[in-house]
Ligand binder design. Structure first.
Ligand SMILES: [Zn+2]
Length: 381
């Protein structure tokens, strides 16, 4: 063999080995998800949910991620987040947020559709996407998301998000709407919650009248001798039977009061004592929490300490102070918080906020709705 022939052979051998090596490298490149997407596809009936693949595996996404599209959805994988299915309205919302390149990042769970009202949630690296049929899919993250979470997520008085966070200005401020109100965040100020008029989180005080000012709630029912909104009435009946089971009788003194009733009451006080004094003992018409239908003044059968601070020392007052939260009520005007609520201690005035919020306030030590929702104090009109 001549040197020239040997050289050609050597070149050919190198070429073949080189092609084999390139093939091996390519084979590795075709499965950079280590089979995680394929494994996800064949587990738990996912193949049926997703249908057939419509494209081959695509990789080289951010942080070494891969995805594959199927007829009804996709599977996304990255080393940090694992393999998860995205589909339907939640997938569409994620796409609007620029997929893994947006602030949500990769999914870190599949969607979970066991929420109230048949809602679903999917967790992402940078936040969550919630979906419910009547409100659609919306993402939640950051300070607003944390506040909503602290309040009990979709079970809070705010319910599901109905839009995306909307930010503007410098210093930047953001706001997001929920079924029951809004949460706002402002740089350097923090988070505040503004419940809608009419929701169980409604805040009525000397700065926040009922809206419209002569509003009548839609679902008033009789709670014994008094009117309350349906859910509040049911829970008040539970509270009374709970107290009764412990040998504590509780009576109902005053529930819903209409704008007209409050106007008569207040005008009477003004006529008797003048406006300055009247304002300290009676709410102006439109500003009474009783008009929300979420309030009950309670008493004892013998009338002891009726509508007086000493009511707190009666068995009924003690039961309410210790247990009202279990039924979704708070003592709305606690002792020592006049400068926030605008009212002196009223241990008989129970306000329904829902079990979730009342429990959250109890567990985290919030005494007033103003503080819980991050709203301004309302000592005066
Ligand atoms: Zn009251």
């Amino acid at each position: 063999m001549k040197a020239q022939q040997l050289m050609s052979l050597l070149i050919a051998v190198v070429a073949v080995v080189g092609m084999a090596l390139a093939g091996a490298v390519q084979a590795v490149a075709q499965t950079p998800d280590n089979g995680a997407i394929a494994a996800k596809y064949v587990s738990n009936g996912n193949a049926v949910r997703l249908g057939n693949a419509t494209k081959s595996l695509r990789c080289s996404l951010l942080q070494g991620g891969c995805y594959r599209d199927y007829q009804k959805g996709s599977i996304y994988w990255s080393p940090a987040s694992g393999a998860h299915i995205v589909l339907g309205a939640i997938a569409a919302r994620w796409a609007k947020s620029k997929w893994e390149r947006g602030l949500l990042g990769y999914p870190i769970s599949d969607e979970n559709c066991t929420l109230i009202s048949r809602g679903c949630v999917q967790q992402y690296q940078g936040g969550n996407i919630y979906w419910q049929s009547s409100v659609g899919a919306h993402s939640i993250h950051g300070g607003i998301g944390s506040k909503w979470g602290q309040m009990g997520y979709e079970r809070s008085p705010l319910g599901f998000p109905v839009g995306e966070e909307n930010c503007a200005g410098a210093p930047v401020s953001c706001i997001q709407s929920f079924l029951g109100g809004t949460i706002a965040w402002k740089a350097g100020v923090g988070v505040s919650v503004n419940p809608n008029a009419g929701s169980f989180g409604t805040v009525v005080n000397k700065r926040r009248p009922n809206t419209p000012i002569n509003r009548t709630p839609p679902d008033l029912v009789w709670a014994g001798s008094q009117l309350m909104r349906r859910e509040a009435a049911t829970q008040m009946a539970q509270l009374i039977s709970g107290a009764s089971a412990e040998g504590v009788p509780i009576t109902l003194v005053s529930g819903f009061r209409s704008y007209a009733t409050q106007a008569r009451l207040y005008n009477n006080y003004v006529w008797q004592y003048g406006q300055a004094l009247a304002d300290t003992i009676s709410a102006r018409p439109g500003f009474s929490e009783h008009q929300t239908g979420l309030v009950m003044d309670i008493g004892t059968p013998n009338g002891a300490c009726a509508l007086q601070a000493c009511f707190v020392n009666t068995p009924a007052g003690q039961f309410a102070a210790a247990n009202a939260w279990r039924y979704g009520f708070i003592v709305r005007y606690p002792q020592g918080y006049d400068s926030i609520t605008g009212y002196t201690f009223e241990p008989w005035h129970l306000r329904y906020v829902g079990v979730r919020a009342a429990t959250d306030m109890h567990n985290r030590g919030f005494k007033t709705l103003e503080q819980y929702f991050g709203l301004p104090a309302a000592p005066k009109y």
